[in-house]
Design a protein around this ligand. Structure first.
Ligand code: SAM
Length: 406
């Protein structure tokens, strides 16, 4: 059963512009120091009145009057804070403030003053103030929950009025599980007017968008391009030029085999502001989720990530150094390899990589259909095919593959 809300008793909410205005804080302890910090951040002209002040107040560098409170301390002020640990002094501050028509916050007894301080959450141009009536702990708990909601993009914070030009945010969505996007990426999605989404991005996040957010499915997969890269570049630039916040939501990291660099350049060339939010690449996430450390003491001190979307027979043309890769002692991670895995493994063996090197294929990492097939360099392609494991998958080759199973 909730109490009926009495607006007269709970106060009239306002945000005060205290810039350059005299605000008097009476008291020099921890509570006073907290108020001083907030008031200085708001640009107030702060005077602290107290016979003794803590180092926190001293360090704040505000004007000090080191004496017991006297009513005339409030002359010329706009706002007063009674923050001493003496109820009589606080009552005297409140009375002197009332005489001068100055609002007063009493730290010891909120009802004894004429103003209250809410618990505040600020984020990206928004201020949320929470009052718990006479229960400040309740307000702080709710404020903290709002902080989390704002930080994780779970609250509907999208701007409905945008001033000026639009912009593009290239967001790395991680390997697919919506919980593996970064906080900043999630915030960007929550703020988007337009989302241009890839097939391997965390598409579950699209369910959280409001109906008026435009979703453009670029539908990219290895063989089926619903939109060409040029069309994607054009649409993100065009929508941003129309003043919208465009989020280009991609799988993994935008700059790892994601053509994010081309989208960045398209924006820069068109004079459209662009930022990137890094993402957790499947090159790192898939091995980790399969229990395979990419480096491990005495087994692998480094790792190499390559694309298998190449023709091993034309290695020289495409800059892949197969002899070098075969000789490399670290872990080898291959993306986009499933169509040619038998060719890639044969090429590595031919160039001297041991046929018995442990290998694994991790399909749909982080998604409900995640599957892992393990074997050796010589048989991993056949094993994956037999198991029906195909793209999207990450192939890991190296001694680290079996290390956690020992
Ligand atoms: C065009 S690349 C994009 C890579 C992406 N930018 C990244 O950093 O993860 C697509 C390839 O990433 C890999 N991949 C992406 N998501 C995956 C997932 N959830 N599980 C396994 N492999 C994945 C596959 O090798 C797939 O063919």
């Amino acid at each position: 059963v909730s109490d009926p809300i009495d607006p007269a008793a709970t106060g009239y909410p306002l945000l005060l512009d205290v810039r350059g205005r005299r605000v008097v804080v009476v008291g020099g302890g921890a509570v006073a120091a907290r108020r001083v910090t907030g008031l200085l951040a708001g640009g107030a002209d702060v005077l602290v009145v107290a016979p003794e002040v803590s180092s926190a107040v001293l360090d704040a560098g505000v004007a000090l009057r080191r004496s017991p409170f006297s009513p005339s301390d409030l002359d010329g002020s706009w706002l007063a804070f009674a923050c001493t640990d003496d109820a009589e002094v606080n009552a005297a501050v409140a009375a002197a403030a009332a005489e001068r028509h100055v609002f007063c916050v009493r730290a010891d007894a909120a009802g004894g003053g004429t103003a209250r301080v809410p618990a505040v959450s600020r984020s990206d141009g928004m201020t949320v103030a929470v009052s718990g009536g006479d229960d400040p702990g309740r307000a702080v708990a709710l404020r903290n929950a709002i902080d989390v909601g704002l930080a994780t993009g779970q609250l509907p914070t999208r701007r409905h009025r945008r001033g000026g030009a639009g912009r593009v945010t290239l967001v790395g969505g991680g390997p697919g599980d919506p919980q593996l996007i970064t906080v900043r990426g999630r915030q960007a999605v929550a703020d988007a007017d337009v989302v241009v989404v890839d097939r391997l991005a965390p598409r579950a996040l699209l369910d959280s968008l409001s109906d008026d957010v435009e979703v453009i499915d670029s539908g990219k997969s290895a063989h089926r391009h619903n939109m060409t890269q040029q069309q994607i570049n054009d649409v993100i630039v065009e929508r941003a030029r129309a003043g919208r916040h465009v989020v280009r939501l991609k799988g993994g990291d935008p700059f790892v085999f994601g053509r994010g660099g081309e989208e960045w350049l398209a924006c820069v060339t068109a004079g459209v502001p662009v930022t990137v939010v890094p993402g957790l690449s499947s090159a790192l996430a898939a091995p980790a989720l399969a229990g395979i450390p990419l480096t491990h003491r005495q087994l692998a001190a480094d790792f190499t990530v390559v694309s298998g979307h190449l023709d091993p027979g034309r290695a020289a043309d495409q800059g892949i150094d197969w002899p070098g890769l075969a000789a490399h002692r670290g872990t080898l991670v291959v993306l986009m390899a499933m169509d040619r895995l038998h060719l890639i493994t044969a090429e590595l063996i031919e160039h001297g990589k041991a046929a018995g090197t442990p290998a694994a294929v991790v399909q749909n990492a982080s998604l409900p259909g995640q599957r892992v097939v393990r074997g050796e360099l010589a048989d991993i392609a056949g094993r994956a095919r037999e198991a029906g494991v195909g793209a999207p998958a990450v192939v890991v080759i190296g001694e680290v593959v079996g290390v956690l199973e020992r």
